[in-house]
Write a protein of this length. Structure first.
Lengths: 114, 110
């Protein structure tokens, strides 16, 4: 069975500061890994994904994430926060043999302060 | 652009009513999924389908059923709505290594 843990249900960051959202997973084999963002009253939008290619993955809106197999982590970062980054972020995993069947973390709400 | 549409953005129903949530995708995807989203719990998989007339239970199927008569449409059915089914429901369609989500239906069961 797979599981996802997002550390911190709420994160407050100053505009221009580093954004760091933590995600750890549990899986018997390296899965596919994803980060999604959800803006208020909208569906989920894919930020980036890891599918066993490069371990450093670049996504949209200046976000990137690094897959670390030894630490079973897939933390999301952005060097400089923008007010428009305020949203809820979800980390998710999918087994490689059941493509699309996602297991989500509980989510991290990001607040950006001026 | 891939489009996944859901029939309603907001829905209010009474306990015991039969509720239909419809999801339509326009990209000829074979794989479709229904999730519910609750604060502090993230998204949880209810049912999914890898083909027409095919369905499989997800992690929390109790109280729900689904229908997939056509490839583009995947319906979630609450046979007898209960207050604990008040939630946000999200449909997803899976293409080449990417899930595309609909805007969600916020269901309130009174």
């Amino acid at each position: 069975a797979q599981s996802v843990t997002q550390l911190g249900s709420h994160v407050s960051v100053s505009e221009g500061a580093l954004v760091l959202l933590r995600c750890n997973y549990s899986s018997s084999v390296p899965p596919y890994l994803f980060w999604y963002v959800q803006y208020p009253n909208q569906g989920l939008q894919l930020l980036l994904k890891y599918t066993s290619a490069a371990t450093l993955v670049k996504g949209i809106n200046g976000f990137e994430a690094e897959f670390k197999k030894s630490k079973t982590s897939f933390h999301l970062t952005k060097p400089s926060a923008h007010m428009s980054d305020a949203a809820e972020y979800f980390c998710a995993v999918s087994p490689t043999d059941s493509w699309g069947k996602l297991q989500f973390g509980a989510g991290t709400q990001v607040v950006v302060t001026p | 652009d891939v489009k996944v549409t859901q029939s309603s953005r907001y829905l209010v129903k009474r306990t015991g009513e039969k509720v239909f949530l419809e999801c339509v995708q326009d990209m000829d995807h074979e794989n479709m999924f229904w999730y519910r989203q609750d604060p502090g719990l993230g998204l949880r998989l209810i049912y999914f389908s890898y083909d027409v007339k095919m369905k499989e239970k997800g992690d929390i199927p109790e109280g729900y059923s689904v229908s997939r008569e056509k490839k583009e449409r995947f319906s979630l059915i609450l046979e007898s709505a209960s207050t604990n089914q008040t939630s946000m429901y999200l449909c997803a369609s899976v293409g080449r290594e990417t899930q595309y989500f609909g805007p969600g239906t916020r269901l309130l069961v009174l």
